[in-house]
Unconditional design. Structure first.
Length: 317
């Protein structure tokens, strides 16, 4: 046992008989001015360990902060108003579309983009899974250079690590994610982030779009909004600086409407895929699994059935 670990052990744990013996024998030399005796036991008078925590969005939730075990913490912020500041080299865009047409608008964004590494964020694990399966069915309309995968909390740590290594290496170029990946991900060459579902909080938005435009590089984001999401998203953006959004227009008549028949057929096929997954749900490990998986898959199918029943091609025109 080396000298330094012994000192740490003496600081944070009651001295063991071996440590006390080492101190008495001279194996560990201590500054006697910083040693106290209590009930014949030796303790060091050393200030507590100093912790420095740096965060772009430090939580103010006391239940989370208490886990840090801080003693007389000092909070230092880089701005007087404690506002979030986004980099000026981040190009932020919003795309207005109907909620049921979001997959088609998303595909169009991918077709028009030259980005090589892309993150697509959804608000739920189930949405990410459903979107990936739909993209696999519509693979003829996805740019050939994009290799897709789903990244969410239902994956094991080992699976997530392998997937992230492949993403960093460029083997995978497009990740469809739940918000589990928005925190702590450090991939320097992500050049496009798309919010398929808008975030509910400014911190979520910061973490998502903060995956691009890192270390002085250029970055681009798109947020897809239906009519019911516009006002709430506008309010969220007021809580940060440099959040100016450019309205990105896609010609719906020329690029979206021609895909509707194919899209409708893909939804029927998606129903079949989800039905098959439901049958093998007990043996599959890379499908979202929890106590409500079967109800989740059934919910997906019910959504599609309702969509196909209530929506005709006339509804899109």
């Amino acid at each position: 046992m080396s000298f330094f670990p012994k000192i740490l052990n003496a600081i944070y744990n009651p001295p063991t008989a071996q440590i006390k013996q080492d101190i008495e024998s001279g194996a560990i030399v201590l500054d006697t001015s910083r040693v106290i005796e209590y009930n014949s036991r030796t303790f060091l008078q050393i200030p507590p360990l100093q912790k420095l925590l740096f965060s772009a969005t430090l939580s103010s939730n006391p239940t989370k902060l208490v886990s840090l075990k801080l003693s007389d913490p000092l909070f230092i912020t880089g701005t007087t108003k404690q506002s979030f500041i986004l980099p000026v080299n981040l190009k932020q865009n919003i795309v207005y579309c109907k909620n049921e047409e979001k997959p088609l608008f998303l595909i169009r964004l991918l077709q028009e983009s030259s980005a090589k590494q892309i993150l697509i964020f959804t608000s739920q694990i189930e949405t990410a899974h459903r979107l990936l399966k739909l993209f696999e069915i519509l693979s003829d309309h996805i740019p050939k250079h994009l290799t897709m995968a789903e990244y969410s909390s239902h994956l094991s740590h080992k699976e997530r690590l392998k997937l992230m290594n492949n993403f960093k290496a460029g083997t995978i170029s497009l990740l469809i994610c739940s918000d589990v990946v928005s925190r702590g991900l450090d991939v320097t060459n992500i050049d496009l982030v798309i919010n398929y579902d808008p975030p509910n909080h400014i911190t979520t938005y910061i973490h998502r779009v903060g995956r691009t435009a890192r270390a002085g590089r250029e970055g681009t984001t798109y947020t897809l909004l239906d009519s019911s999401q516009r006002d709430s998203f506008r309010i969220i953006l007021k809580k940060a600086i440099n959040t100016k959004q450019t309205i990105y227009k896609i010609n719906r008549k020329e690029t979206i409407l021609p895909l509707l028949p194919t899209f409708q057929s893909a939804l029927w096929r998606l129903e079949e895929v989800l039905e098959r997954e439901k049958k093998v749900i007990k043996t599959k490990t890379n499908i979202p699994t929890n106590l409500t998986v079967e109800s989740t898959v059934s919910s997906d199918i019910e959504i599609i059935r309702k969509f196909l029943k209530q929506k005709s091609l006339q509804n899109f025109t």
